[in-house]
Design a binder for this molecule. Sequence first.
Ligand code: HEC
Length: 282
Amino acid sequence: MSRRSRLCALAAMLLVAAAPILAAGPDGVDSPDEITFHEDVEPILQRSCQGCHRPEGVAYGGMKAPMALTTYEESRPWARSIARQVEAKRMPPWFASDETHGQFTNERILSADEIDTILTWAKTGALRGDPANAPEPIEWPTGWLIGEPDLVLDLAEPFWVNDDVKDVNISLKAELITEEMLPEPRWIKAIEFRPGSDVVHHVVGSRIATETETPGASGLLGGIAPGTEPFYLPEGAGRLLVPGTQLYFSMHYNKEPGEGTGRRTTSTRSRRTFRPERASMC
Ligand code: HEC
């Protein structure tokens, strides 16, 4: 018998011996492996939920997740609600329909097994499990998700969303990119938008051609909407940004109208970020 098949035979014998122990709990009642927070659920929350559900919370598109799910204490009270949301596929937010489902970049979905694990956990008392088996906590970045930006742009002028307004769609000028801000043309590597007020629903960035710009280099330049993340260009690709470029932010503001609901919508947070590193075009 080869070493490998001897090992297999040994494993099979061990399994047979262990079978009665696995099948029955201490009180003799069948107890399938327990689903616990630290062993089974926490890794799923880390991968698919904590990006938004953490104390610092990410306000993607102005929508901040209402509670943190980074510890057992934070998650336990939400167990039933978590089960309802993942079963209905409302969480994590992902809007591609099943019919057109293909392979997407930055896909944010749970597998059938993961959903099943969460549902079983909630149904079986949302057990804690052994903290010694918990995965290492994730160190989430604070501040910009793309790292320290090389260029940060705000709206050229503040925009006021009136009390009586429910929706406004408007294209607003960003600060002009001067030579002091960008001494030489650079390739954009990543873009992150941070809404400067809670009435921002989504933003789409675009630029117009200028005399100095390479022909055909105009067009859409990033954006943010509920559930989106920073935009990274693939390795080896970049978008050229030249001094003198005028960007526009196409804004959708949304809120319930009413007295005192008006907002000034530019602030230190209402900024757009690039990290124009050199990248070769492919
Ligand atoms: C992209 C950000 C994002 C991700 C990722 C995300 N959530 Fe959420 N979650 C939100 C936001 C924003 C809300 C509030 C939505 C609303 O009020 O309509 C929310 C709401 C919820 C609620 C309902 C809270 C309530 O007030 O009733 C639950 C439960 C929840 N999320 C669980 C999860 C779980 C579990 C995951 C991972 C499997 C997850 N979420 C992933 C952003 C996110």
